[in-house]
Design a protein around this ligand. Structure first.
Ligand code: ADP
Ligand code: MG
Length: 727
């Protein structure tokens, strides 16, 4: 009988022979409770005894693996320079080897009760005797076999490597065969091991090459289990046939052909024709993707990735007015009031260009444009009276398009027929906030926009259920922002540049250190910076000060003054991090830049260089030694203006886990698969699953489908898999 993983998950390790309660407890402490946990407790390394060499045959200067018996261990002694030294004499039958351990006094205790060890290092000679200094040591007990798997347990607990290995051998023996979701034909074609062979060879490999193959197969399964729910969700949406189907008159040819969008009829076409610039190729491509999606009978779920300044807003607006043009409502949610207001003003302007009537904003209704397209702003700063009015008009359908902040998700906001939702800077919202907005309508089209690009493998993993569009170019004429890393003692040049640029009529930002612990301290640091700068290098310059604790209306006023040039320099906390667009801003100074992450620095830098004017970014740090990763981050920024490239570096520095974040609440199933290294494998897995889903979209018709669904449920929580079992 072949075992399934769900069966193995239900058998406790206590069922294995010779497992004392104290050993069982040690296993539990390592997170091993079931036989499945044990079988997926993978080796950390291997000792390849086929590479073992007899001391008699080895040459001096060679890196060699020696396996031998411990003959003698010295007590820790001190050298003249006070270093602790332990000498261990081992014999492999052909000759003897002195291993000298510097600064590892614990070796005595570690090796005292061991018989056999494997040591790896460079063979030298000292005083006429064979010697190895600080070799890598593996305690392999009396384990035999050509390749010995080493488990991460043995150093921390009372379980020796041999015990773990024996338990796994027993579990493998008693399980015999594992039921394989992949059929023989596919395995053969793709040169993959069976699950049974893979599980055996990851623990008891014949050759190191087999370890690689076993790893590949098991990683395939991990990625398959992770991708399946995402792809299934996507399929299910596409098959739902429920959604707001939009029509674009005579657009078929335009959307499917390569040309521009200038001949498009209706509001979207008018909007594009009214822009003071030509769309980039990328913008045209992505807008087409969106309009094609919206003309389908099921809802769009699309993620737009584009570097800072690539022109995501225009794309978002096309989506919003594509819905209103079809008689539906649409909404855009932005993470800050400043950004919402900016989007709103932009849209009013555009609406003004589009409208046949003139734009009229009265005192009492200053948030309405009396145009064909009725737009409202909904943020926390509205008075109750005003807010009630806006809410009423959203409900009655008098308002077509709403721009807002988190205020949009409150209960009182009820739409008449909300068909399209755009979420700007999606990473600033929680999963819950996003889904609350979605719940304002049945099956709305949704467009999610990222502030900074994320690497492809991460996007496939975290956003595997979304279709993806990439804005791969910046508008013509943009040049890289010249970026410099400057320490405090050299900062005079920075302020000189700020003054030079403001004298030319341009503007500068100064961003103060990010202080996560307390907004109060952030404000204090801003105030201190203001004092020092106004007393010193920026004396006489008109400066605005912005931080999160100011009332919203004041923030908007200050920002507006900066935009208009009343203030030449804006000193602020990171509230300006996302989205804001001031074309005349040409200098960005970031204080204590080592405290920021790569994505954030790139976002901040993206506030300048938003026209064809030459722009500058200064990363200021104190005159002290920084840690290595901070240095890597700063250097990456100086070297590159490419957000996609920077995100790869960021990813490599921070690891994959941070990105997965809360997505995967269950046990961590990605034990062997590593991203982005396994990106190619991930792509194979995806193609494989898509093929399956094509024939069996609900995974009900094939044994494979049911089987795999159950397997996914073993590794992921109910929340992740709920919809797997719903139809
Ligand atoms: P982001 O992708 O960072 O959100 P925005 O949408 O704010 O970028 O666009 C950045 C700036 O570039 C804005 O001032 C916008 O008006 C301008 N812009 C957008 N598309 C183009 C284009 N095709 N040609 C020239 N300028 C453009
Ligand atoms: Mg933006």
């Amino acid at each position: 009988m072949s075992r399934t993983l769900s069966q193995l998950a239900s058998i406790k390790v206590d069922a294995l022979s010779g497992l004392t309660p104290s050993k069982a407890k040690s296993l539990n402490e390592l997170g091993i409770e079931s036989v499945l946990d044990l079988l997926t407790f993978y080796p950390r390394r291997y000792v390849d005894r086929s590479r073992q060499i007899l001391l008699r045959d080895a040459k001096l200067g060679q890196d060699i693996l020696v396996v031998g018996d411990i003959v003698k261990i010295s007590d820790p002694r001190r050298t003249n320079s006070k270093k602790a030294v332990v000498d261990v004499l081992i014999s492999d039958g052909s000759s003897r080897l002195f291993c000298t351990f510097f600064n590892q006094p614990w070796r005595k205790k570690q090796l005292e009760n061991e018989s056999q060890v494997a040591v790896f290092g460079k063979l030298t000679s000292f005083g006429g005797k064979l010697n190895m200094v600080n070799p890598v040591v593996d305690l392999i007990g009396n384990q035999t076999g050509k390749i010995i798997a080493l488990y991460p347990s043995s150093e921390k607990s009372n379980l020796t490597n041999l015990m773990v290995s024996n338990l796994i051998a027993e579990a493998l023996d008693r399980s015999k065969e594992f039921l394989d979701p992949l059929n023989a034909k596919y395995l053969l074609k793709n040169n993959l091991l069976t699950r049974t062979d893979a599980l055996r060879n990851i623990h008891f490999p014949e050759t190191i090459d087999m370890v690689k193959k076993a790893r590949e197969r098991l990683a395939f399964d991990e990625l398959m289990r992770m991708q399946l729910p995402l792809l299934l969700k996507k399929r299910r949406i596409q098959n739902s046939n429920r959604g707001y189907r939009c029509e674009f008159e005579s657009s078929d040819n335009i959307l499917k052909s390569k040309g521009s969008l200038k001949d498009l009829k209706g509001t979207v076409g008018n909007f594009i024709r009214s822009l003071p610039f030509d769309l980039t190729e990328s913008q045209i491509r992505v807008i087409k993707e969106i309009l094609v999606d919206m003309s389908k009978p099921y809802p769009m779920h699309r993620l737009v990735q584009g570097d800072v300044g690539s022109g995501k807003t225009v794309v978002a607006v096309c989506c919003l007015i594509a819905a209103t043009q079809n008689g539906y409502q649409s909404a855009l949610m932005a993470p800050t009031e400043v950004l919402a207001e900016q989007h709103y003003l932009n849209l009013l302007n555009m609406a003004n260009n589009l409208s046949t009537k003139s734009l009229k904003t009265t005192e009492s209704e200053m948030f309405f444009a009396d145009s064909d397209l009725k737009i409202a702003l909904l943020t926390g700063k509205l008075t109750k009276k005003h807010r009630d009015l806006v809410l009423e008009k959203i409900k009655s359908g008098d308002i077509d398009l709403v721009i807002g902040t988190h205020s949009l998700i409150f209960e009182g906001v009820i739409f008449k027929n909300l068909a399209a939702i755009v979420i700007d800077e999606q990473h600033r919202f929680g999963v819950e906030q996003r889904s609350l907005l979605l719940s304002k309508s049945n099956h709305p089209h949704t467009l999610t926009m990222t502030a900074t690009p994320i690497p492809r493998s991460a996007a496939m993993t975290v956003f595997g259920d979304l279709d993806q569009s990439i804005l791969s170019e910046l508008p013509k004429g943009r040049t890289d922002v010249k970026t410099f890393w400057v320490t405090d003692s050299d900062q005079a040049q920075v302020w000189k540049k700020v003054i030079d640029e403001t004298e030319k009529g341009n503007r500068a930002y100064v961003v103060c250190p990010l202080i996560e612990e307390s907004e109060k301290i952030s404000v204090a640091s801003v105030n201190q910076a203001v004092e020092e700068l106004l007393d010193g290098p920026l004396k006489g310059i008109k400066v605005g000060v912005l931080h999160g604790q100011l009332p919203a209306s004041e923030k908007l006023q200050i920002f507006d003054d900066f935009l208009k040039g009343v203030f030449k320099v804006l000193i602020s906390t990171t509230v300006i991090e996302v989205g804001v667009d001031v074309k005349d801003a040409t200098v960005m100074v970031i204080m204590d830049a080592d405290r920021f992450g790569i994505a954030q620095l790139h976002q901040l830098r993206g506030r300048v260089g938003r026209s064809d004017k030459e722009s500058y970014c200064y990363l200021l740090t104190k005159d002290r030694l920084l840690n290595d990763t901070a240095v890597s981050r700063l250097k990456a920024l100086v070297d590159s203006n490419d957000g996609f490239k920077l995100s790869e570096i960021d990813f490599a520095l921070r690891g994959f886990g941070t990105l997965m974040g809360t997505k995967q609440k269950g046990r961590s199933d990605l034990k062997l698969a590593k991203l982005p290294q396994d990106e190619k494998l991930l792509i194979r897995v995806k193609a494989f699953l898509e093929d399956i889903l094509l024939n069996d979209p609900e995974l009900k018709d094939s044994d494979f489908g049911v089987f795999l669904k159950n397997e996914v449920a073993v590794f992921y929580t109910d929340e992740d898999t709920d919809f797997l079992f719903k139809s």
